[in-house]
Write a protein that binds this ligand. Structure first.
Ligand SMILES: [Zn+2]
Length: 456
């Protein structure tokens, strides 16, 4: 391996050439993950013994304790918790929706309140008005919307090969729908679930309110129900009935949980790898993001058990509150600065536990050459994506603390992610054991290559 540092420009210059020793170590990493791995059992415990773990909930606290004990059981060099403050919102116990078609037929639908929504304060009723795009709602007049229930029926584009692009194009109906409908005097907003399949699973997710705009309840309909509601609207006026008792509470104390392998040559230089421990309150947060935290935990366990002594300190962080506030990521970035830590890179896994495809770089172009120089080492393991892209929500704030830091995003296959994302179907059984193990091995190998490369 070869690497040159250009201190005058303050960045690493960057190429990595594979030697036989590297190839052998990577083979050992994969053997450990596939033949003696703990990832699947650890994910089972997180999903089945604890389950969903929304910030501020009792389960989130249990997940913090489980993580801390699990990390300690692997005898890492340092296991710590960082105290943070998180939002606390609860879905409540009542959550129902029906619509009455022009011919009087009543249809019950599958709904989930969007995270952060206010409740309906009893049964809320109104005539439905449908929009296929958020931009169409933005052009509407308040006289046509006031007192009605806005239905945003924008479907994810199934023609997109990378499903995250289809998600990104629809994201605003969930995030901004309540504000846009509220501005025009709507009583409530319903959105078509952000999911690709046509099924009965509604998908929740975060939304926001703006100061100065009346807050209105917001809920997601399962895609089949969105289709049925749209079909009913083709035939005449439709009345919708909604009841939800979700609400926000005072902010709550919580923790990021972390473990380290100390660097042998550069112990003060830190590479953070992680995912988020919190999840939505439906399903078990298996792909989102149980898989991501377990990937990183297992990667560190494998490096330790193989006796690998990293040159830099490798720190795994289980971030809290990615889903509805990103307080874990933001407060971590402040904490590392307050501690005067030196961070040289970070990696996040938050795109599910599916078959690994490669890694994205979110950072300066000079690191792209480094990323691409890893390809010969990882290509035999079916990894082929080594390109610029997105890092992750939790590690994102490190960009401000350390301008120029390279952030890497683990990229698994995305085709099935939006079958499960934020839905009751995101359970342990939806994760394939072998695919999860391959993800952990890919991340352990990547961290090994990064640790070897980033030195003068
Ligand atoms: Zn996530």
């Amino acid at each position: 391996m070869k690497l040159k540092l250009i201190p005058a420009l303050l960045f690493w210059a960057l190429s990595f050439s594979l030697c036989a020793q590297d190839s052998a170590l990577i083979r050992q990493i994969y053997d450990e993950a596939l033949l003696r791995g703990n990832a699947y059992e650890d994910l089972r415990q997180l999903c089945k013994q604890i389950g969903p773990r929304l910030s501020g909930s009792a389960q989130a606290e249990m997940a913090v304790n489980w993580s801390y004990e699990k990390m300690n059981s692997y005898n890492f060099d340092r296991v710590t918790k960082q105290a943070i403050t998180v939002p606390h919102w609860e879905r409540g116990t009542t959550e129902s929706g029906w619509f009455k078609s022009a011919n009087g037929t009543l249809t019950k639908v599958h709904i989930l309140a969007l995270g952060g929504s206010i409740g309906t304060n009893g049964l809320l009723e109104g005539e439905v008005i449908e929009f296929k795009q958020l931009s169409d709602l933005q052009k509407a007049k308040s006289k046509d919307i006031a007192g009605k229930i806005v239905f945003l029926n924008q479907a994810m584009d199934a023609a997109q090969i990378q499903t995250f692009k289809a998600y990104g194009a629809c994201y605003a109906i969930r995030g901004n729908g309540a504000v846009e409908a509220g501005k025009l005097g709507a009583k409530a907003v319903l959105i078509r679930s952000l999911g690709l399949p046509q099924d009965e699973h509604p998908h929740t997710g975060s939304m926001h309110y703006d100061n100065g705009v009346d807050k209105i309840p917001a809920a997601a309909l399962a895609t089949n129900d969105a289709n049925a509601l749209s079909a009913a609207l083709q035939k005449g006026k439709v009345q919708f009935y909604l009841e939800m008792d979700c609400r926000a509470f005072a902010d709550a104390p919580s923790f990021n949980v972390m473990a380290e392998l100390k660097g042998s040559k550069f112990p003060d230089q830190i590479i953070t790898i992680g995912g988020h421990l919190d999840s939505w309150d439906t399903g078990e947060g298996a792909h989102d993001d149980g898989a991501g935290v377990i990937h990183c935990l297992e990667a560190l366990r494998i490096l330790k058990i193989l006796g690998y002594q990293p040159t830099h300190t490798i720190r795994v962080v289980f971030f809290m509150n990615e889903e509805n506030g990103n307080q874990g990521g933001q407060q971590y970035a402040k904490w590392v600065l307050a501690n005067q830590e030196k961070h040289i890179a970070a990696l996040e896994s938050d795109r599910g536990g599916f078959a690994p495809r490669g890694f994205n770089l979110d950072g300066p172009d000079n690191f792209l050459a480094l990323l691409q120089s890893f390809e010969p080492a990882l290509r035999p393991y079916d990894l082929h994506i080594f390109e610029k892209g997105y890092g992750g929500v939790d590690i994102g704030p490190l960009k401000t603390t350390y301008p120029g830091i390279p952030l890497f995003g683990f990229v698994p296959d995305s085709q099935r992610y939006f079958d499960y994302h934020h839905a009751p179907s995101d359970v342990f059984e939806a994760v394939n054991k072998r695919e999860l193990e391959l993800g952990a091995a890919a991340i352990a190998s990547f961290i090994y290559l990064l640790d070897q490369s980033m030195q003068p």
